[in-house]
Design a binder for this molecule. Structure first.
Ligand SMILES: C[S@@+](CC[C@H](N)C(=O)[O-])C[C@H]1O[C@@H](n2cnc3c(N)ncnc32)[C@H](O)[C@@H]1O
Length: 336
C-alpha cells in the first residue's frame, strides 16, 4: 500500500494513511470522525470521497487555519471543533460510522520549538497541546520529589526516575526551571551514559511530562469509551498509538469487550454477560507502517494501528477498563 501525502501540509505525513482509508471504506459514504485532526491529513483524504461526511476535532487551536481551508472547500461535508475528544459526545450523540484516533503529538507541534515539546528547544517549558490546565513548567517547579518520580517512572517508563526527580528538586531550589534546555541538562546529568541506546536520554522524561500535562491516558480511556457509545452497530473505531501504555489500553479494550473474549464470570446472568460485549469478534492483529513509509517518515516507526467493529449490543459503560488502568488515571489526577 502506498502512502499519500496531504496537499495541506507538505512537511507533515499522515501515518498509515492508505491503511486508514482502506479500513474506513469512505467510498460507501457515512459519518466519519477524525478525533485528532492535526495537519488534517486523514480528514482531507476522507473528504475526497463525495459521499463522506467528516467531523474533525483537535484540542489545539493552531490547526484552525488548516481546518478553515477544508470547511471552505467542502462546505457542509466538513465541520471542525476545537475540543478534547473526551468531550465528543457534546458534539455527536449517535449514528457514527467510523471514529479515528491518531494519538499523541503532531510533527507540526513537535517542530514548533516555542511549544517546548522538543528537547532541541531553548524556549519555555510548556508542552500543552491546548485546553490543558497546567504546563510542564508548573509541574516541574511545584510537585514534590515523590510525585515527580512517580510521573517520570510510570508515565515515562523511565528506570532512572528517582535520580532525575531528585536532581530536578535540587536544581529548582537554586533557580526556577523555566526553559527546556535547563531540564535537558538536569536529565543528562542524572542518567548513566548508555552508548548503545538509540534514544535521546530526555525522551522518556519528556514523554512523561507531556502525557501528564495533557492528561493523555484519561483522554484516551474516556475517548474510546465515548466512541463505543456513539458508534452505529457495525461502525469502526481505529486507533494509531505510539507508546506501550496507549497500546496496552487499546488492546485490552478491544480484546476484553469483544465477542471472542471468554465471558467475564460464569456466575453472571446471561443477559449481563452479553451486555459487556461492545465489539464483534476481535481478530485483528496490529498493523505496522511499511518499510517505505518508515524511510519517508521516521517518526512513524513506532506506530501501531488497531481497529474494532461495534457490535449490535446496547452500550454499557465498561467499568473494568477504568478499573484496570486506574493507576494511570490516579497519577494524572494529581493536583498541581
Ligand atoms: C498525531 S497528530 C494527528 C495527525 C493527523 N492524523 C494528520 O494526518 O495530520 C495528533 C493531534 O491530535 C491532537 N490531540 C491529541 N490529544 C487530543 C485530545 N485528547 N483531544 C483532541 N485532540 C487531541 C493533537 O493536538 C494533535 O494535533
Amino acid at each position: 500500500m502506498k502512502t499519500q501525502k496531504s496537499s495541506l501540509e507538505y512537511s507533515h505525513f499522515p501515518v498509515m494513511l492508505s491503511e486508514i482509508i482502506e479500513i474506513s471504506s469512505p467510498s460507501k459514504g457515512g459519518l466519519f470522525v477524525d478525533c485528532t485532526f492535526g495537519g488534517g491529513g486523514y480528514s482531507e483524504a476522507l473528504l475526497k470521497f463525495p459521499k463522506a461526511q467528516v467531523v474533525g476535532l483537535d484540542r489545539d487551536n493552531s490547526v484552525k487555519n488548516i481546518a478553515n481551508k477544508l470547511e471552505k472547500k467542502f462546505l457542509k461535508r466538513f465541520k471542525f471543533y476545537q475540543s478534547k475528544f473526551s468531550q465528543l459526545d457534546n458534539i455527536l450523540k449517535e449514528n457514527v460510522d467510523t471514529i479515528i484516533f491518531d494519538l499523541g503529538l503532531s510533527s507540526l507541534q513537535l517542530k514548533n520549538l516555542k511549544r517546548g515539546f522538543s528537547f532541541k528547544s531553548k524556549d519555555k517549558l510548556d508542552m500543552s497541546m491546548g485546553l490543558s490546565n497546567t504546563s510542564a513548567q508548573e509541574v516541574i517547579n511545584k510537585l514534590s520529589e515523590s510525585q515527580l518520580k512517580l510521573i517520570i517512572k510510570i508515565l515515562g517508563e523511565e528506570k532512572e526516575a528517582s535520580k532525575i526527580a531528585k536532581n530536578i528538586v535540587r536544581a529548582r531550589s537554586e533557580k526556577k526551571i523555566t526553559r527546556v534546555d535547563q531540564l535537558v541538562a538536569i536529565i543528562e546529568k542524572s542518567k548513566k551514559r548508555n552508548f548503545h541506546s538509540k534514544i535521546n536520554p530526555s525522551t522518556k522524561t519528556f514523554q512523561a511530562l507531556r502525557i501528564f500535562v495533557n492528561k493523555e491516558i484519561t483522554e484516551l480511556i474516556n475517548g474510546v469509551i465515548i466512541a463505543a457509545k456513539i458508534l452505529k452497530p457495525g461502525g469502526k473505531i481505529l486507533t494509531v498509538s505510539f507508546h506501550s501504555i496507549e497500546d496496552k489500553i487499546i488492546k485490552y479494550f478491544f480484546n476484553n469487550f469483544s465477542q471472542n473474549k471468554s465471558r467475564p464470570s460464569r456466575y453472571l446472568p446471561e443477559e449481563k454477560k452479553d451486555n459487556l460485549i461492545l465489539f464483534e469478534k476481535y481478530t485483528n492483529k496490529v498493523i505496522r507502517p511499511s518499510e517505505s513509509e518508515i524511510k519517508k517518515n521516521n517518526l512513524s516507526r513506532s506506530a501501531k494501528l488497531r481497529f474494532a467493529v461495534r457490535s449490535k449490543n446496547k452500550f454499557v459503560y465498561p467499568e473494568n477498563l477504568v478499573k484496570k488502568f486506574n493507576k494511570y488515571l490516579d497519577i494524572e489526577a494529581t493536583n498541581v
